[in-house]
Design a protein around this ligand. Structure first.
Ligand SMILES: *[C@@H]1O[C@H](CO)[C@@H](O)[C@H](O)[C@H]1NC(C)=O
Length: 130
């Protein structure tokens, strides 16, 4: 029934060290050699997911092509939307200058004016206020 989420949890256990113990401001921008992040999902079905929090007040720009991030790989997700609607595997998101991007619980803060990478095992909801 929850086959996928069980596998997801197992995979997360294997790869815990890639997400644990990173400085909080740095979690989304860490590089990982173990996890494929170029438009491919790990093991075919574990994909990066980025959501735009319903409390955001602008669309969020995402890419499925790290590290190139050329304009052909950009997509926008509206307030309350998810990258799954526009791409299978999201690799990163952009925080425009002058915006404040935080996790839902306000614990993580992502620098403005930069792209931030996520890994396939990560699902982030970003609240972006501009
Ligand atoms: C977003 O919300 C902030 C804080 O309430 C406000 O200052 C800003 O003008 C809003 N921006 C837009 C694009 O609505």
């Amino acid at each position: 029934m929850h086959f996928k989420s069980t596998l997801h949890a197992l995979a997360a256990l294997f790869l815990l060290q890639t997400t644990i113990a990173a400085p909080v401001t740095d979690i989304a921008s860490r590089d990982s050699t173990e996890i494929e992040a170029r438009g491919e999902c790990t093991w075919g079905f574990i994909c990066g997911v980025i959501k735009n929090d319903p409390r955001s007040n602008r669309s969020l720009q995402v890419t499925n092509d790290w590290p190139k991030r050329d304009s052909g790989a950009w997509k926008w997700i509206g307030v309350g939307g998810s990258s799954t609607a526009v791409m299978k595997d999201a690799d990163g998101f952009y925080v425009p200058s002058g915006c404040r991007a935080t996790s839902v619980d306000d614990v993580l803060v992502w620098d403005a004016g930069k792209w931030h990478k996520i890994n396939d095992l990560q699902e982030y909801t970003v609240k972006v206020i501009c």
